[in-house]
Write a protein that binds this ligand. Structure first.
Ligand code: 5GP
Ligand code: MG
Ligand code: MG
Length: 183
């Protein structure tokens, strides 16, 4: 959707759809090299990762399986609680699998650090992370993220899967919400 009414709610566009697609193509080439000859299980973290999963998976010239996990971390607000709860578990058994976690954004890193520990205990052969966005200034724990799209400032962003109270996921670009939206 390109309707100006939702795009008008952004004060700044940080990353455009074209920039995202170009970056995902670059990352896909690296993944193809790194995982040559291996079966990959892409695990998307709902709901924010829906767009990056859809575009990254279609860029990959590799056999991949996809699975989804839903965890709670933010609720409707904009601050990380640090409390992670499984809302929907994987359908797949991770034993001996090469798992690539696909995330929208690494903010505090708390969700991913919890997921990495949880997945490690399930016997995966390897676990790596691909995140479209990362906020280096917001890190509370260090996450080893093999594939990072863009480092962005420590601001709450929406679009390309990322929501504010479940809205704005359908924006094509990633940007910062204008103050009038919050009030
Ligand atoms: P973390 O545990 O790293 O703090 O972030 C957990 C999740 O919160 C992210 O995967 C993402 O879904 C959501 N989140 C973090 N920062 C933002 C942001 O700036 N905007 C939106 N819409 N969601 C965010
Ligand atoms: Mg997420
Ligand atoms: Mg959210």
């Amino acid at each position: 959707m390109h309707a100006s009414d939702i795009e008008g709610d952004l004060s700044t566009v940080l990353v455009t759809e074209a920039e995202i697609h170009a970056k995902l193509a670059e990352i896909a080439r690296r993944i193809e090299t790194d995982y040559a000859g291996k079966d990959v299980l892409l695990v998307g973290v709902l709901k924010g990762a829906i767009m990056v999963m859809a575009d990254l998976a279609r860029e990959l010239r590799l056999h991949v399986e996809t699975d989804w996990m839903a965890v709670s971390s933010y609720g409707a607000g904009t601050k990380s609680s640090g409390v992670v709860q499984i809302r929907k578990d994987l359908d797949s058994d991770l034993t001996d699998r090469h798992v690539l976690i696909v995330e929208d954004i690494i903010d505090s890193g708390l969700t991913l650090s919890w997921l990495l520990e949880n997945f490690a205990s399930r016997g995966a052969a390897s676990i790596e992370v691909c995140a479209l966005l990362r906020k280096p200034e917001a890190a509370k724990v260090e996450i080893e993220c093999r594939y990072v799209g863009f480092d962005i400032p420590n601001e709450f962003v929406v679009g390309y899967g990322l929501d504010y109270a479940e809205k704005y996921r359908n924006l094509r670009d990633v940007g910062v919400l204008a103050p009038h939206v919050y009030s």
